[in-house]
Ligand binder design. Structure first.
Ligand code: AMP
Length: 396
């Protein structure tokens, strides 16, 4: 089976053509500068081609992707009929979606209904869906939601302690994100643990970071909230912050709430503390040179991640496994070591040699550690492709 996985942003669109059974990716790429001019970067194995193609909308971007996939020189399939299904990443499923689903008119309406909750991403995701429907009307399309995995959280985790009307009238609650990644890791962790019954904290640490507390494969809590701004400090996001900070800054500097939120989303996090970069490689380079701001940014990040792990270990009454994934989680031995140093009180012990691993699945804890600690590379595209294949096969 060939599944085309689409991740549509406001001016970009990432794609992968993959086999959901083997995880083999036959081609992948990126459309950029949609609505501006348009550029397609297409990769097959180690071969890469970049083409400037006019993309006045997402439709032309999808068209360009389909054309290059069947191109005699750069393509990997003879006809677009060989694409069995399309899986779309959709940011916000609100209260409407607790799992992936085949897209029909009702689903599109429900995704539209979630636009107030995901105002930046859902419209772009919908454009990707509509563009695919226009150019490949007979191919089944599936929506996979970033929020869906977290819908098993109990009310004590997802309700905010604010008046009920905002929940009842406006669906304001914790949703959480990176759900596709957390689900992928929870499934793989269960295979590695050898049982579905176990307690896990997963740390998805990348440019955006979130943690989830998972019991027997079901999410119990997660660090992001109504939006991806909440939780630990990230590349450019502040993470959790007292709402009065927004009031203070808006009043003192004459900013609108939107401007202040833009600052908290795009100019904060480790970028703000380090005054250098949002990239952890740059922060580590700065730390090595003795840059105090980089040291503070890293320390703040380790500290807040460790606090969340401790909180989730308490919420789950102990954990069996701790997993690290995404750019920093997979490639940052120093980050993992610094976080785990806080966790000795709960019997976490990592082996420095085993921890010296990048981008590969590995058990990094010592045999006598009370908690198994693993590095597990995430694969959100594979999870999307698998969900898509499952739903489409079941519907046949
Ligand atoms: P992601 O959002 O999952 O793609 O993660 C991106 C982040 O991973 C980047 O901002 C880098 O800081 C971090 N990263 C990637 N490779 C490395 C590495 N080798 N060492 C430390 N951090 C890395």
């Amino acid at each position: 089976m060939n599944v085309l996985v689409i991740n549509a942003g406001s001016s970009s669109l990432k794609y992968q053509l993959m086999n959901p059974e083997t995880g083999d990716v036959s081609a992948k790429g990126l459309c950029e500068r949609i609505y501006i001019d348009g550029r397609l970067t297409h990769k097959v194995g180690d071969n890469k081609v970049v083409k400037d193609i006019p993309m006045p909308s997402h439709s032309e971007a999808i068209q360009a992707v389909l054309e290059i996939l069947v191109d005699p020189e750069y393509g990997v399939i003879k006809s677009t009929d060989e694409i069995d299904a399309v899986g779309h990443r959709v940011l916000h499923g609100g209260m409407e979606f607790s799992e992936s689903c085949i897209i029909d008119d009702e689903v599109i309406k429900a995704i539209e209904k979630c636009i107030p909750l995901g105002p930046l991403h859902n419209p772009a995701n919908l454009m990707g869906i509509r563009a695919c429907q226009a150019v490949m009307p007979k191919t089944p399309q599936v929506a996979v939601f970033d929020t869906a995995f977290h819908m098993t959280m109990p009310p004590k985790a997802y309700r905010y302690a604010i008046p009920t009307e905002y929940f009842e009238n406006d669906d304001i609650r914790r949703y959480g994100f990176h759900g596709t990644s957390h689900k992928y890791i929870a499934r793989r962790a269960a295979e590695l643990y050898g049982s579905k019954e176990f307690k896990l904290v997963n740390c998805h640490l990348g440019n955006g970071s979130s943690l989830s507390a998972v019991k027997d494969g079901k999410c119990q809590d997660t660090s992001m909230g109504l939006s991806p701004l909440a939780g630990v400090p990230m590349g450019t996001r502040s993470g959790d912050i007292d709402a009065c900070v927004v009031q203070f800054i808006c009043n003192k500097y004459g900013m609108t709430v939107d401007e202040c939120l833009n600052m908290l989303n795009k100019k904060s996090g480790v970028l703000a503390l380090s005054e250098t970069s949002s990239d952890f490689r740059d922060l580590e380079a700065g730390e090595a040179k003795g840059d105090e701001n980089c040291v503070l940014a890293l320390q703040k990040f380790f500290y807040e991640v460790a606090k969340y792990i401790g909180a989730y270990a308490a919420a789950l009454n102990g954990i069996d496994m701790l997993t690290f994934t995404a750019g920093v989680g997979e490639n940052g031995p120093d980050t993992r070591a610094a976080i785990c140093e806080y966790l000795g009180f709960m019997g976490v012990k990592i082996d420095p040699e085993k921890n010296n691993v990048r981008g590969k699945e590995a058990l990094i804890s010592t045999p006598d550690s009370k908690v198994q600690v693993w590095v597990i590379p995430t694969n959100e595209e594979l999870m999307i492709a698998q969900d898509t294949a499952e739903l489409v096969s079941a519907a046949k």
